[in-house]
Design a protein around this ligand. Structure first.
Ligand code: PMP
Ligand code: GLN
Length: 375
């Protein structure tokens, strides 16, 4: 008997595979197609010949832990303890899985906000806990009344994703105030704050859980170097959590992976010695603006994008098909792959919206836009 009878293949796998089969421009799964900084690849080339190929300490390469603490301090003025409050993980995905396995018990409830990224539900189900999916408002702001109504003595965790995949929405100070007032009423709830796009926000600055002192003792923050340094295939990220939660998370981590890829950890640590994260937002803001400009004459209606490298578009003026069929047709007839937004909802709510990834070189964006403008 399947433990996960209702879970199929991820939409990112399906669409990327279909894009490859039809030689379509792949704006579906989120990954950059431009070259990685040669400073980073030079570090890797040098390290490959050095003695960095054996197990590292379970929680992470100590200089990397210190550099993460420094990065958090520089970015958010928060002091965290490298040895007790940070864990390097095999991507944010493993960090999220491990956190949920460690902290959620059978019959607990976990609040997830729809539309929602796909990696939260399965670890909850595998704990025999219950995902409680609450819809965001039509403009993708959280409806804190509905969220509060979904909370009860059974609720163990609320998962927030900020900046938000797929909508590009970011949370405001008043969102955090509303969240904190729910937490005041439910002292056992902890927050899992998925901030993998923390360095990719545009007009408005990202507000991290790291800046909310009320959350420090009851929040696990997750980030991904895959996003910040354009190396999604390296699968390297990290968690920041207070020691009492981290102790539990490490118990699971040590038997899930024990420790993460040594070469990547050392490389990222050395890279952090010499680069800053300051340019990332500008790079992607230019890409967002360029992509939007290229699509200005198309029949797609572009929704606002405050952060991430995803642009949501309505195809209502083009077709009344459901979004999955529309995305398939987009690949087979027009040679561009995108992600149907209905797949981010529990009930497959279809608003005729699709998601494009604009983390691509300009030539790719231009070629894709040329095709999209012809529809
Ligand atoms: N959370 C969100 C919101 C994401 O978009 C992604 C996509 N990669 C992840 C987590 C997983 O990140 P990683 O590739 O580092 O596992
Ligand atoms: N986070 C990526 C996206 O949203 C997908 C990563 C994956 O395929 N697991 O496109």
């Amino acid at each position: 008997m399947s433990k996960l009878p209702n879970i199929g293949t991820s939409i990112f796998t399906i669409m990327s595979k279909m894009a490859a089969e039809h030689d379509a421009i792949n704006l579906s799964q989120g990954f950059p197609n431009f070259p990685v900084d040669t400073v980073l690849t030079d570090i890797v080339a040098r390290l490959a010949k050095e003695n960095v190929h054996q197990y590292l300490p379970m929680a992470g390469y100590p200089p990397l832990l210190s550099n993460i603490a420094l990065l958090v301090k520089k970015s958010y003025y928060r002091i965290i303890l490298p040895e007790n409050e940070i864990l390097v993980t095999a991507g944010a995905t493993q960090g999220i899985f491990t956190t949920i396995q460690a902290l959620v018990q059978a019959n607990d409830e976990v609040v997830i906000l729809d539309p929602s990224y796909d990696c939260y539900e399965v670890p909850i189900l595998l704990c025999n806990a219950k995902p409680v999916r609450v819809s965001l408002n039509d403009d993708y702001t959280p409806n804190w009344n509905t969220i509060e109504n979904a909370c009860s003595a059974k609720t163990r965790m609320i998962i927030i994703n900020n900046p938000h995949n797929p909508t590009g929405k970011i949370l405001t100070q008043s969102d955090f105030e509303a969240l904190e007032s729910i937490l005041d009423k439910y002292p056992d709830i902890i927050v899992l704050s998925d901030e993998v796009y923390e360095y990719i926000t545009f007009e408005e600055k990202h507000i991290s859980a790291h800046t909310r002192s009320k959350l420090f003792n009851r929040c696990v923050m997750v980030s991904s170097f895959g996003k910040s340094f354009h190396v999604t295939g390296w699968k390297i990220g990290y968690l920041v959590a207070p020691e009492h939660l981290m102790k539990e998370i490490k118990k699971v981590h040590q038997f899930m992976v024990f420790s993460v890829n040594s070469l990547c950890q050392v490389a990222i640590s050395e890279y952090l010695d010499v680069v800053s994260v300051d340019g990332i937002a500008k790079l992607y803001q230019e890409k967002r603006d360029y992509f939007r400009e290229l699509l200005a004459t198309s029949r797609f209606k572009l929704l606002p994008c405050e952060g991430t490298y995803f642009q949501v578009a309505s195809y209502e003026a083009i077709s009344s098909e459901n979004d999955i069929d529309f995305c398939k047709k987009l690949i087979t007839e027009y040679g561009v792959a995108a992600i149907p937004i209905s797949t981010f909802y529990e009930n497959g709510k279809d608003l005729h919206l699709i998601r494009f990834c604009f983390a691509k070189d300009n030539a790719t964006l231009e070629k894709a836009a040329q095709r999209l403008c012809k529809i």
